[in-house]
Ligand binder design. Structure first.
Ligand SMILES: *[C@@H]1O[C@H](CO)[C@@H](O)[C@H](O)[C@H]1NC(C)=O
Ligand SMILES: *[C@@H]1O[C@H](CO)[C@@H](O)[C@H](O)[C@H]1NC(C)=O
Ligand SMILES: *[C@@H]1O[C@H](CO)[C@@H](O)[C@H](O)[C@H]1NC(C)=O
Ligand SMILES: *[C@@H]1O[C@H](CO)[C@@H](O)[C@H](O)[C@H]1NC(C)=O
Ligand SMILES: *[C@@H]1O[C@H](CO)[C@@H](O)[C@H](O)[C@H]1NC(C)=O
Ligand SMILES: *[C@@H]1O[C@H](CO)[C@@H](O)[C@H](O)[C@H]1NC(C)=O
Length: 402
């Protein structure tokens, strides 16, 4: 437990662009501590406003002290909303930008520990050939050398990736002449093997992301996003849907659908008993636009079980964990400790799975740098998104699941 220094409110400190004091040992340049016990946080004097898509620190405020606080938050790497965030992240953590890339979506990060490599993609328009990407990026984490690779045969429009038992498991949006599929990629030979491409003869819409449980079963989100950006020329045959795919038999079954929204990031609790899903209905397709009244939510369900306790591919007890403080949650990953890491807007937020409270944010600079997805290492994580690739390291808690 980190000893929290006396957190007191002082006008002098605020004039120096500071919020309540961060605990002793935490760097005040890298950290901000935002508490509603601070009067300037609870009651903002004068004019204030922001849209749901803007970061809190990008709010339009008239009070100079609040503007100074927001400037400090914008330049911080870590913003704590809860004292537990200091313990999870610890005083040694830093965020570094590894690659500066265009301000467009980078997605599907997979960490390959044996080769110290990060696999990821550039997603959708306006890059690539008419938005279609039949190559992927490979970042050598020892030398920071970024190269482009093509699998054998080439894989178009990878959108999600999980590294499991020596293989990259990917889902695609589909491509100019193919519908979406689930595949494995061998990270040594780069050979790709398609393992599922239909639901009893029916094509999928466009896969977005996936999760794999301890038994090797898959959880896939089939979304409107790739279809909405015309990454393939086919129709959207169903509503956005979450599928369970038995890793042994490959038999697919739908688990949930998103009625008025969209299915995006997906992850499981460490014990495999809870499923988390990001609904990004606020990002509308055809026409492409942001609707502040659309879904920006992280939902949780438990799995129904048989009388003897075996898990069934049926969900129960749906509940709202959290609505994004800013923008919407895209990529979702759950750490060994059960904390939910969600990427979207200017931040990766860390949520408490029980209360749903946002414990804190990991920031990558603002100014158009926007996390889209992340992958957890042991005491580190990699973030990909608009503007590039970032590495947060020196994290106190172990993140990657055993
Ligand atoms: C806040 O900003 C939005 C978007 O610019 C605007 O539509 C709305 O009227 C503003 N609200 C207030 C209270 O200023
Ligand atoms: C900020 O708020 C002020 C006061 O309402 C308004 O005049 C100004 O246009 C706003 N700026 C932005 C960028 O919304
Ligand atoms: C890309 O779009 C242009 C203009 O619509 C079209 O002429 C060209 O054939 C397209 N290329 C591919 C590879 O689809
Ligand atoms: C980066 O990797 C590529 C592909 O392996 C290689 O051709 C190139 O020489 C490497 N560049 C550096 C600077 O190491
Ligand atoms: C997966 O399929 C196998 C073989 O049919 C079956 O034994 C197993 O119970 C299934 N697993 C789940 C979680 O449904
Ligand atoms: C946050 O900082 C970045 C980088 O310095 C800058 O580009 C951006 O305008 C800042 N955002 C706000 C809201 O001040």
């Amino acid at each position: 437990m980190v000893e929290k220094a006396v957190a007191f409110f002082s006008l002098v400190a605020l004039a120096q662009c500071q919020l309540d004091g961060v605990p002793a040992g935490f760097n005040t340049d890298r950290w901000s501590w935002v508490s509603y016990e601070n009067p300037l946080v609870a009651v903002i004097p004068g004019h204030f406003n922001r849209t749901v898509f803007d970061a809190p620190s990008a709010a339009n405020v008239s009070d100079e002290r609040v503007a100074a606080i927001n400037k400090h938050i914008n330049a911080s790497s870590f913003v704590a909303y809860d004292e537990r965030f200091f313990d999870i992240i610890g005083p040694d953590a830093t965020v570094e930008q590894l690659q500066v890339l265009p301000f467009q979506v980078h997605e599907a990060p997979c960490y390959i520990p044996e080769q110290s490599q990060l696999f990821f993609v550039e997603w959708g328009p306006p890059g690539g050939d008419n938005g279609t990407h039949d190559y992927q990026y490979l970042l050598d984490l020892k030398t920071n050398n970024l190269t482009k690779i093509r699998t054998i045969p080439p894989t178009s429009n990878v959108h999600g990736c999980v590294y499991h038992k020596g293989s990259l498991h990917v889902v695609t949006d589909g491509g100019p002449d193919e519908t979406p599929y689930l595949a494995t990629i061998n990270p040594n030979s780069w050979e790709r093997k398609t393992i599922l491409n239909n639901y009893y003869g029916r094509p999928f819409i466009s896969f977005n992301d996936l999760e794999i449980d301890g038994e090797g079963n898959y959880y896939l989100t089939d979304s409107l996003s790739g279809w909405g950006r015309d990454l393939h020329p086919f129709s959207a045959p169903t509503r956005p849907t979450v599928y369970f795919v038995n890793g042994t038999s490959l038999r697919p079954k739908e688990l949930a659908y998103v009625k008025d929204g969209n299915a995006n990031g997906i992850s499981l609790s460490p014990d495999g008993k809870t499923l988390y899903l990001a609904d990004t209905g606020a990002s509308e397709v055809k026409p492409s636009r942001r609707n502040p009244h659309g879904g920006r939510d992280l939902w949780a369900w438990d799995f129904a079980t048989t009388a003897s306790g075996a898990r069934l591919p049926v969900l129960t007890n749906q509940r709202l964990i959290s609505t994004a403080m800013q923008y919407f949650y895209d990529g979702v990953r759950v750490s060994e400790g059960g904390w939910i890491f969600v990427a979207g807007g200017e931040v990766v937020d860390v949520l408490d799975p029980e209360s749903g409270l946002t414990l804190g944010s990991i920031r990558v600079g603002g100014g158009g740098n926007d996390p889209v997805n992340l992958v957890l290492g042991e005491h580190e994580l990699w973030i990909v998104g608009k503007g590039g690739v970032w590495h947060a390291k020196g994290i106190h808690e172990r993140l990657k699941r055993t």
